[in-house]
Design a protein around this ligand. Structure first.
Ligand code: PLP
Length: 378
């Protein structure tokens, strides 16, 4: 009996909606299901505008274009993140300035952002790791004080909130992922750009339509459409949106199911934490999380390698991720680390993600927990 690390969320209606989309004969961007999803996000998350994109990577690229990032601009991000958080801005010529993380949440340490700011700084990109919010009050205060933009990388944060506000809706822009490893998926690959500052809406419509004013044309606002700005193809096809709609209409059920699994792990492993063998995730006050992942931290890199092998030997597929970007080959070229790397490397080497997906069975969680106790001889 093999326990996989991830299974793409599938609730049952996705096939039906995909067929409906195909039969509608409008399967490119801005079809029926795309518009349904946009409306769902705008109401559910309470944002000014939502645009589905082919991936979160594309949503971040759109954000970098919208903010007019140019050669020499600096962008502050944590080094403990996925490459796209950095690449989207590097593509526009920006220099990445990494800031250390907090060991409790693995999120950017808000207390170390201010010292990383220079006259070239343009944007702060907080990454809500594991769907647990960064300290957004402090980050927004700093952004205001220095006149910076904030783009939330909320790739993992759908259905999470910070002091009552949905993640992705607090900064100027927010980006989400619907990759098959995330809590909701649009048939494998997909993303979303959220616009909270309404001054960006009109230009976003143009950028995603290859730099044309096609959207205004379809609304009858101009009598022909033409090339008016920079742009690319940042639309999700409607068949993918149809799959996503199947996930979204069961969003609460998926969320609750994952939270139940998360709690089962937490309760099961608490005793091991109490006895000093491992550390469990911390959820700060004011953060409502979405159980995107369940991770544990062990002593060090060596113990992690042995435990991962041990789990694999028991047919349990656990993983680690994110080799810090500042120590990667491209990181050396495009970035600098502000201050000292106290926690980024050390904490990233201790972390293991346990299997987590919609529909993970309680008996499997119990088995995983038992195997971990056995590993520690506890
Ligand atoms: C998954 C992820 C991305 C990239 O998402 P894609 O949809 O695969 O492009 C970016 N940032 C973070 C933090 C992620 O977890």
């Amino acid at each position: 009996m093999l326990i996989s690390f991830n299974k793409p969320p599938f609730t049952g209606n996705e096939e039906k909606y995909i067929l409906e989309s195909i039969k509608s004969s409008k399967i490119s961007g801005e079809g029926e299901f795309t518009l349904k999803c946009h409306k769902w996000f705008e109401e559910k998350l309470q944002c000014k505008k939502a645009f589905l994109t082919p991936s979160c990577t594309h949503a971040l690229e759109m954000a970098a274009i919208l903010l007019d990032i140019k050669e020499g601009d600096e962008v502050i991000i944590p080094s403990y993140t996925f490459v796209s958080t950095a690449n989207a801005f590097v593509l526009r010529g920006a220099k990445i300035v990494f800031v250390d993380i907090r060991p409790d949440t693995m999120n950017i340490d808000e207390a170390k952002i201010e010292e990383a700011i220079t006259s070239k700084t343009k944007v702060i990109v907080p990454v809500h790791y594991a769907g647990v919010a960064c300290a957004m009050d402090t980050i927004m205060d700093i952004a205001k004080k220095y006149n910076l933009f904030v783009v939330e990388d909320a790739a993992q944060g759908m259905m999470s909130s910070y002091k009552g506000k949905a993640l992705g809706t607090i900064g100027h822009l927010g980006a989400f992922s619907f990759h098959e490893t995330k809590n909701y998926t649009s048939a494998g690959e997909g993303g979303l750009l959220i616009i909270n500052d309404k001054n960006f809406i009109q230009r976003a419509e143009i950028i995603r339509e290859k730099g044309t004013n096609r959207s205004q044309f379809f609304r009858g606002m101009v009598d022909k459409y033409s090339w008016v700005d920079l742009g690319s193809s940042y639309l999700m096809n409607d068949v993918s949106a149809a799959y996503l709609w199947g996930n979204l209409e069961k969003a609460n059920e998926i969320n609750q199911n994952r939270l139940n699994s998360w709690q089962k792990y937490y309760d099961g492993l608490k005793e091991l934490e109490n006895r000093g063998f491992i550390e469990l995730p911390k959820i700060p006050d004011g953060c409502v999380q979405n159980a995107h992942m369940f991770y544990i931290k062990v002593k060090d890199l060596e113990e992690r390698s042995v435990l991962l092998e041990y789990l694999k030997g028991n047919d349990i597929y656990a993983v680690f991720h994110y080799v810090p970007l500042h120590s990667a080959e491209a990181g050396l070229k495009f970035s600098r680390f502000s201050g000292k790397d106290i926690y980024t490397t050390k904490e990233s080497e201790r972390l293991i993600r346990l299997p987590m997906y919609y529909g993970l069975e309680n008996k499997d969680i119990k088995h995983i927990v038992d195997v971990i106790y056995k590993f520690f001889g506890a």
